[in-house]
Design a protein around this ligand. Structure first.
Ligand SMILES: Cc1cc2nc3c(=O)[nH]c(=O)nc-3n(C[C@H](O)[C@H](O)[C@H](O)COP(=O)(O)OP(=O)(O)OC[C@H]3O[C@@H](n4cnc5c(N)ncnc54)[C@H](O)[C@@H]3O)c2cc1C
Length: 386
């Protein structure tokens, strides 16, 4: 049972990346923090993802700036928290002239600063691992960072506990909130303010507030492939990513690419497939993914969807496809008209939800904004953050 004596400045519900990012921003201001999570260990989207901290391709403006800031914070905390940065930078392989045109248009925007267009020969020269056929070029970005999420998230939590005194209440479900009381499955926790970061749980806390943002859930299929025998210094994407990631897809040039993909790769578009390939320290590759939307997605990973992902892998990398060692699905909260929201359901309570697949890339910056607003160092209010 939880001691009735303890009183914290801030209680956070949810120990995924969003909750941990808020814990970090709070302890940096000297606040005392307790994190409450119903699971014994991290098990949600934050440990099922690529660990791909993506900057290039994020929606132009605020989201892109948040990704830049969050990337910087990942680099600040990685070493002290014992988190390995496994890859730096990304390459988007343009398989078609229409994809190259999107990459060129991106480079003409302010987001293209520091990025480069690689001619096909240059691309193959720098990255001989990309042995597919008929590339039209590649977009190289220096901004990205890749961490191994299923190690990074527990290490971040352990470091917050050991170095910064954050208290963790695991295997503890938060049931209702009325600051300074948070009623949990293991007794009452006391905190002056509360931030709820529930991931894709749309039903337990403040369901009527969440419903206002028309949130549903998105299921993704992922695989780990055996070590292909090469080392990949950068994360890799392809044309399908240029048609999907908002920072590329919103450019006028992306319309022609989408039309071409409708003809060439209809199955991929219908299943929300785009290719991301990252490599782990042991040489294995994490690849994905797909996007299927439902209030309660079915739990089944379709072999056909995996084949579509593997076909794109093979078009980019050529050669024999390494065998799959693991397959899993992940779910995140999703809204069609926003990438996140901050709601104020009660005084001294904030509800923070990332509603697209970019939580690893943007949470640290969002958390700084929410903590500033809630503890009063800026004039912003919760609606301005959303
Ligand atoms: C397959 C996949 C790939 C992805 N790839 C990327 C990527 O490469 N880059 C990127 O930036 N993003 C990526 N994302 C998105 C990113 O992972 C999510 O946006 C992010 O992890 C959401 O974090 P979270 O903390 O909100 O959710 P979660 O990690 O799901 O954590 C929520 C936590 O809240 C707890 N909880 C909920 N309700 C309660 C309650 N009432 N009481 C106690 N505990 C509660 C849950 O137990 C859970 O631990 C991907 C997502 C998936 C699924």
């Amino acid at each position: 049972m939880i001691s009735r004596q303890e009183q914290f400045d801030l209680a956070i519900v949810g120990a995924g990346i969003v909750g941990l990012a808020h814990a970090l921003a709070a302890v940096r201001r000297g606040l005392s923090v307790v994190v409450i999570d119903r699971d014994a260990q991290a098990n949600g989207a934050s440990v099922r993802n690529f660990g791909f901290i993506t900057v290039s391709g994020q929606e132009r403006g605020q989201v892109w700036r948040r990704a830049m800031r969050s990337r910087d914070i990942w680099l600040e905390v990685a070493k002290p928290a014992g988190i390995d940065v496994i890859q730096r930078g990304a390459v988007v392989v343009a398989r078609r002239p229409e994809a190259r045109a999107v990459a060129e248009a991106f480079l003409r925007t302010e987001m293209g600063e520091g990025c480069l267009l690689l001619e096909p020969d240059e691309l193959r020269g720098r990255y001989p691992q990309l042995a597919g056929q008929d590339f039209a070029g590649g977009l190289w970005s220096p901004h990205e960072v890749r961490v191994e999420s299923h190690e990074a998230i527990p290490r971040l939590a352990a470091w917050l506990a050991e170095r910064h005194g954050v208290a963790f209440r695991r295997e503890t479900a938060a049931r209702s909130i009325a600051p300074p009381d948070i009623e949990t499955s293991r007794g009452v926790v006391h905190a002056g303010k509360v931030i709820v970061c529930p991931g894709d749980d749309l039903a337990t806390l403040y369901p009527e507030r969440i419903a206002q943002y028309a949130v549903t859930r998105c299921k993704l299929q992922m695989m780990r492939l055996a070590d292909p025998g090469f080392r990949l210094p950068v994360s890799v994407m392809s044309d399908l990513g240029l048609a999907r990631y908002a920072g590329y897809a919103a450019l006028p040039e992306a319309a022609a690419l989408r039309r071409k993909l409708q003809v060439d790769q209809r199955d991929a578009l219908d299943n929300g497939v785009h290719l991301i390939v990252v490599q782990s320290a042991d040489g294995t590759l994490v690849i994905g993914d797909s996007h299927h939307y439902a209030t309660t997605p079915d739990p089944f990973a379709s072999e056909r969807v995996d084949e579509i992902i593997l076909d794109e892998f093979s078009a980019v990398f050529g050669g024999p496809t390494p065998r799959a060692l693991e397959r899993w699905t992940g779910i995140y909260a999703s809204a069609s008209d926003r990438t996140m929201f901050v709601d104020a359901p009660q005084e001294n309570v904030r509800l923070v939800m990332i509603t697209s697949g970019i939580g690893a890339s943007t949470s640290f910056a969002i958390a700084e904004e929410v903590i500033d607003e809630l503890f009063g160092s800026t004039a912003a209010d919760a609606r301005k953050i959303a």
